[in-house]
Design a protein around this ligand. Structure first.
Ligand SMILES: [Mg+2]
Length: 126
């Protein structure tokens, strides 16, 4: 962990979305940032993240950040995933944090603590 400040001009998804919007505008890349293209790019980056972990044992994957080289690659792919997820949500006009908060509330309803604690069973209505 470092204590370096965020370099995107402030904390939070909204400011990152603004930085990404400006980045695309400066390069005239909005034309390529269709929801379809961004969803495909997001999927590709998730694949790159998976590629960093796929042959590790569960224990190795849990310790991956202790390896500076592998950890840096995982960190970079997480960053790529975040970039495309935030950009896709921005282009679609979705409040990303609100969407996630809504989904979490739904999961809390479907998986009450007293029934779900310690269980990986899927909810009946899932
Ligand atoms: Mg990548």
């Amino acid at each position: 962990m470092t204590n370096q400040p965020a370099t995107h001009g402030g904390a939070g998804v909204e400011s990152l979305a603004e930085v990404l919007r400006r980045f695309a505008e400066e390069r005239d890349w909005q034309q390529f940032h269709t929801p379809k293209n961004l969803a495909m790019a997001l999927s590709g980056e998730v694949g790159e993240l998976l590629a960093e972990l796929q042959w590790l044992t569960p224990d190795e994957s849990a310790r991956v950040m202790a390896d500076p080289v592998a950890g840096a690659r995982v960190r970079a792919e997480i960053g790529d995933v975040m970039i495309y997820l935030v950009r896709l949500a921005d282009v679609l006009g979705i409040d990303l944090v609100q969407a996630a908060t809504d989904k979490l509330a739904d999961s809390a309803r479907r998986y009450p603590v007293e029934q779900a604690r310690g269980s990986a069973a899927k909810a009946v209505d899932a």
